[in-house]
Design a protein around this ligand. Structure first.
Ligand code: ATP
Length: 496
């Protein structure tokens, strides 16, 4: 049977230590994956790139690192305990299925935001059945996504956070005071979030524990059109799917939405986005994506329809990436107005407003929320290269900045002089801060294949000529071309 691209990417990922099911030797647990040694390196590089661009290079963004388990009043105030649900239906054998995604995938019609009754009617009309066993589905019910537990001797109810954002709102006043931060400023967090997804699947695209990189930008509501990033980002080109384009397609029961290309500046002028800040945040993401190996045409911003967004939203724009199984949200961008701070002011009875020139101001919030695991899958899928006539193995064309290692060092033959030279070069590269591995076992072709399969951009080979003239070859992963260089120059050449 022909494998889907998802299956191919997951197969290589399992074989090469990119990722594997958690607790695999006990049969695993659906929706949980561990990153292996190679996957962890790629993940760390992605996180570092993000931190450098969005935190380190900005003097108005502060990073925090909060706990994942929080007391229940937090989620009562945030609304998660009552409203963080997905529509589900059970079959007679007890399999529970998320039905909005089932409808979207099977019928190719939008289903997010529809009521349980509307979804049930669609299921009945189209005779949709349980995807596991084919039995009919019963009534549609809301399924809570929060993971709960009890803490300590007093067994206080607590929940694992479903997004990293809540810690940021809870600590807002502390951060602002400690850093003497003035609006606008951002608080960033990289960490894990948990959702008891009804139907986890598609590898790491929908899992129950996942990484997020989020920023809450706190902005004076009078200054939403005064973003410090505007000058740098005004000309960045964005691919938009407007609400009108979605309505037009939906009239034909289609999800094949047309998109338009606008610069950040034009999107503001044409009021496609609610404010300058939102436009700049989207432009910032496009610039970031230039380093990830995902083609620009596979990225779009979809303006979420009113039925998909909460009542307090001032505009949500999902960054979607085209994958082999359709467009998928990878970043949620939400203009949340002052909803979160107001909710926690009400819930905690603490004043979270700021005094600005004698006036109490509750900042507005715009939130870009990146999913780490989905983004890694998207990178893997877009950089995956199948076997072909020129190369008899699968490989990943991962950008150098994300690749697990800068280079692999290889002695061509199993001879002590070659191995000694290769291991000296290996040590020198390491001392110079390069991430290198050493591979001396097997035929050279096999070793190139192993390196390509985990996306290592360069392979350095020490061969008999190296003993004569102090040179070695560098093989380029993408072209397969080999060039010869002085060994002393190699660490400099390998620096990304
Ligand atoms: P979806 O509709 O696909 O469930 P969402 O709208 O609930 O996603 P957000 O709450 O906006 O997602 O979360 C922000 C980001 O976190 C998403 O864009 C995605 O990258 C990531 N994310 C959310 N849920 C999951 C999950 N179950 N598994 C992996 N990543 C996730």
């Amino acid at each position: 049977m022909v494998k889907s691209l998802l299956e191919e990417v997951m197969t290589v990922s399992l074989r090469r230590g990119i990722l594997y099911p958690s607790a695999e030797i006990y049969g695993g647990l659906a929706g949980f994956y561990d990153f292996g040694p190679i996957g962890t390196r790629i993940r760390n590089h992605l996180v570092n790139l993000w931190r450098t661009r969005f935190v380190e290079n900005r003097d108005f963004v502060y990073e925090v690192s909060g706990n994942t388990l929080l007391p229940s009043p937090v989620f009562k105030a945030s609304g998660h305990l009552n409203h963080f649900t997905d529509p589900s239906a059970e079959c007679s054998k007890g399999h529970v299925t998320r039905v909005d995604t089932l409808i979207e995938e099977r019928l190719k019609i939008p289903a997010e935001g529809k009521t349980d009754k509307e979804l049930e009617a669609i299921i009945q009309e189209h005779k949709l059945r349980c995807p596991v066993c084919g039995d009919p589905l019963k009534e549609v019910k809301s399924f809570g996504l929060m993971f709960g537990t009890n803490v300590g001797g007093e067994r206080r109810q607590a929940f694992l956070r479903p997004e990293t954002a809540q810690n940021i709102f809870l600590g807002f006043k502390r951060v602002q005071t400690a850093m003497r931060a003035k609006l606008p400023f951002g608080v960033a967090q990289i960490g894990r979030s948990y959702r008891n997804e009804i139907s986890p699947r598609q590898g790491i695209v929908r899992v129950r524990e996942f990484g997020q990189m989020e920023i809450e930008y706190f902005i004076n509501p009078d200054q939403l059109n005064d973003c410090p990033l505007f000058e740098d980002l005004a000309q960045v080109s964005l691919n938009f799917v407007t609400r009108e384009a979605q309505e037009k397609a939906m009239k034909k029961s289609s999800t094949d939405y047309a998109s338009i290309q606008l610069t950040v500046h034009e999107a503001i002028k044409k009021k496609v986005v609610p404010n300058q800040w939102m436009a700049c945040i989207l432009g910032d993401e496009v610039e970031f994506f230039k380093h990830l190996g995902i083609p620009e045409k596979a990225i779009r911003f979809r303006h979420m329809r009113p039925e998909e967004t909460p009542h307090y939203s001032g505009g949500n724009f999902d960054l979607e990436i085209h994958l082999s199984f359709g467009w998928k949200e990878v970043i949620g961008n939400a203009y949340r107005r002052d909803h979160d701070l107001q909710s926690h002011m009400k819930g905690s009875q603490k004043d979270l407003s700021l005094d600005i020139e004698g006036k109490k101001v509750v900042p507005h919030v715009i939130e870009p929320s990146f999913g780490i695991d989905r983004l890694i899958y998207a990178i893997l899928e877009h950089t995956y290269r199948p076997k072909d006539d020129t190369r008899g193995w699968t490989w990943f064309q991962i950008p150098n900045t994300l690749a697990p290692y800068h280079a692999v060092i290889l002695p061509l033959l199993n001879r002590p002089e070659l191995e000694e030279k290769a291991s000296t070069l290996f040590s020198v590269c390491k001392q110079q801060g390069l991430a290198v591995i050493y591979d001396a076992s097997g035929r050279i072709g096999r070793r190139y294949a192993r390196a390509d399969e985990i996306g290592i951009p360069k392979a350095v080979t020490i061969d008999p000529q190296s003993l004569e003239d102090e040179t070695a070859t560098i093989r380029d992963r993408d072209t397969g071309n080999q060039t010869r260089h002085l060994i002393s120059q190699i660490p400099i050449i390998l620096k990304p």
